[in-house]
Design a binder for this molecule. Structure first.
Ligand code: AMP
Length: 291
């Protein structure tokens, strides 16, 4: 495996823009017995994305990254409009990362007119991101199902940064019995703690500093996990957020497997704290596993 990677070192990144071509490549690779790692993204690549790509390269014969700013998962048209799209820089990063394929389709390539989609996601869609971004997970499952059908990955890599998203994807994989292994990868952070995100480029003036409060509040909860009263710890963490110019949407401590809120430490073997907040006009999410 190691030697093969070395031989492949000078392989150029191939950019594929049609689903027919991408699927043909995937079918041919699978017929040759190759394992295929897949990293779906919306571009504006940062080290968080690149960590998923490195992991995929280490664990698979071939790695495909997709860049597609998926309109159906945006419930705010302004958010879709201003989503960063630095495609030239992204291509350079993928080349340096030694990624094999970039799947870069247009919106028309991925969607036909009047297309509808609904998946019964149940409880997961009524809480946290599901509640604050109605329809978001319908759009996410719609596009990821299409991408999985095209790329047919052996393994697909997702960031823990989008904790609830992974749970939704796992549910979809189970519902459709899709033969793919979902790999959850740790959140990559800036040196001071801010979770890397394509949206961080929108943070202006003092906002990057203010945004640090999110990871600080999560780290505070982690440092107090198992000690004292959980509601008290949660209140102190919320106070930390509310002292800053931050529009808190939610800060909760839940069981990591169900995302149901807990009120005592003993109620979960793997608690996780999750936060969503607006810093200026930029909506950020983050989470921390507390064990
Ligand atoms: P996005 O382009 O934001 O849709 O993200 C594409 C993938 O990268 C998703 O699986 C994200 O969870 C993952 N990702 C985004 N930010 C990070 C990060 N800071 N650390 C690790 N993975 C990340």
């Amino acid at each position: 495996m190691q030697n093969l990677r070395f031989l492949n070192f000078f392989t150029l990144l191939q950019i594929i823009t049609t689903r027919v071509k991408m699927q043909q490549i995937a079918v041919d690779l699978k017929a040759q017995g190759k394992s295929l790692g897949f990293v779906p993204t919306m571009g504006a690549l940062h080290n968080g994305h690149l960590s998923l790509i490195s992991r995929s390269i280490a664990e698979n014969d071939v790695t495909v990254c997709s860049i597609f700013v998926n309109p159906t998962q945006f419930n705010d048209p302004a958010d879709l409009d201003k989503y960063p799209r630095p495609i030239e820089a992204d291509i350079e990063k993928l080349k340096s990362a030694n990624c094999d394929y970039l799947f870069l389709p247009s919106v028309d390539e991925m969607y036909t007119k009047g297309e509808t989609w609904h998946l019964e996601l149940g409880y997961l869609e009524t809480i946290l991101e599901g509640a604050f971004r109605p329809g978001h997970y319908q759009g996410v499952t719609q596009i990821v199902k299409k991408l999985f059908d095209i790329v047919q990955p052996t393994r697909a890599y997702f960031g823990q940064k989008d904790y609830q998203q992974i749970m939704v994807i796992l549910k979809m994989v189970e519902m459709f019995n899709i033969p793919v292994t979902i790999i959850r990868c740790p959140t990559v952070r800036e040196e001071e703690g801010l979770a890397m995100s394509s949206r961080n480029v929108h943070l202006k003036e003092k906002e990057p500093q203010t945004a640090l409060k999110l990871s600080e509040a999560l780290a505070f909860i982690k440092s107090k996990t198992g000690k004292g009263s959980l509601p008290e710890v949660l209140k102190e963490a919320k106070d930390l957020i509310n002292e800053a110019q931050i529009g808190l949407e939610y800060l909760v401590i839940t069981d990591g497997a169900t995302l149901k809120e807990i009120s005592e430490w003993g109620q979960s073997a793997e608690p996780v704290a999750l936060i969503a907040a607006k810093v200026g006009n930029t909506r950020l999410i983050d989470n921390m596993v507390l064990v």
